[in-house]
Design a protein. Sequence first.
Length: 194
Amino acid sequence: MRLSGTRLNGLTAVALVLGLAACGSGGEVAEPEARSTDVATQAASDVPGKIAVANLQDAQGKAIGTATATQGADTLTVSLRVEGLSPGDHGVHVHTVGKCDGPKFESAGAHLNPGNRQHGIENAQGQHVGDMPNLTVGKDGRGTVTYPLKGGSIDALLDSDGSALVIHAKPDDQKTDPSGDSGDRIACGVFTPG
């Protein structure tokens, strides 16, 4: 096969540049600088796929379901699955303290609200990071809800005093501060690393 003069000159130029680079560096061609990709040095909230799980119990200590928080690239999504609750809509919130002392679960503290905002997904001045849509429970006592927490992170859920997911007796009106008039706390679960 015969190469054209232009193509041959181009190949010769490339070979010459590579040869000069090797000569100028003592015969060794420099390797590209390695970049650190050590995930262990990143904050937990920066690592997509990291999870936290809360095992929920009612006021009598009966297991009624689970909440799983999954860290995405730029959001934290909470998925809740329950059974054995009274049918209808129930307010659901992430609370600031990882403690679920029954029967009233007041030990879980207030809603997760690091930005000091008003309560409710429909509140023009809201919402708390821990605010979620209502959980609808069917006649069979089962229900699910999944929601991305705006501004939430695994780090916030698993901070020094932890956090908890709380289910309320009544629906959340999504605008009344501080808890949407959602009534008593009827179930609670503490988030732990998953």
